[in-house]
Design a protein. Structure first.
Length: 206
């Protein structure tokens, strides 16, 4: 019998691909110009406000005052956000389905704008296998802050020592480990499958 009875999944770049370049390569002819835009205008630091709960509209309005010449490109971030998500990461859905069939409890915790998750839950039905998903944009706090992990624990009653947390971010993994979670730093489904097998959570096992 495995000592792990719960698996908590990050979503972006674990369950599905996310990268703004999937969108902006469609509108920039020059890769260097696109990278300059993403490093000086629509930056990851700017995007974090969405993950903390600021609406696309409000966040874009503030940025357009600073960069009015890029207004349409800034608005595109919210209007065409789904195009930043081209599809699934190979293999994760099958792992989730296998774990669920084996009686393992599944939850999610994600840094994501509040407007985005309901659409993705319909687009990727495997997200409906997650009993509880904490979305940072709804809570006003992002990983790796411990409060978002506490919210998940409070809502689910999970025991960190019996829970495997899966994330592609080393910072988030380190934060979870400090809180007593078992962890897996995700780099692909094959590595996760191997880790689960080592824990006795391979397909058909609990």
């Amino acid at each position: 019998m495995s000592s792990v009875d719960t698996v908590v999944f990050d979503l972006g770049n674990v369950v599905f691909c996310w990268n703004p370049r999937h969108l902006y390569r469609k509108v920039f002819d020059d890769e260097t110009e696109m990278e300059t835009f993403l490093h000086t205008v629509c930056t990851m630091a700017w995007h974090l406000a969405h993950d903390r709960g600021t609406s696309f509209r409000d966040n874009a309005a503030a940025l357009k005052k600073e960069f009015p010449e890029h207004g349409p490109l800034i608005d595109m971030w919210g209007e065409r956000f789904q195009e930043m998500i081209p599809g699934r990461l190979p293999g994760t859905r099958e792992i989730m389905e296998s774990l669920k069939a084996g009686g393992v409890t599944l939850h999610g915790i994600t840094n994501m704008p509040a407007e985005v998750y309901p659409v993705l839950r319909e687009r990727f039905p495997e997200l409906q296998l997650l009993e509880v998903t904490v979305v940072s944009g709804d809570e006003g706090v992002i990983k790796p802050h411990r409060r978002i992990f506490d919210i998940l624990a409070e809502r689910t009653g999970l025991v960190p020592a019996r829970t495997l947390f899966v994330d592609d971010s080393r910072l988030n993994i380190d934060a979870a480990e400090e809180l007593g979670f078992r962890t897996h730093h995700f780099t692909g489904a094959a590595g996760l499958a191997d880790h689960l097998e080592a824990l006795g959570l391979a397909k058909g096992k609990t």
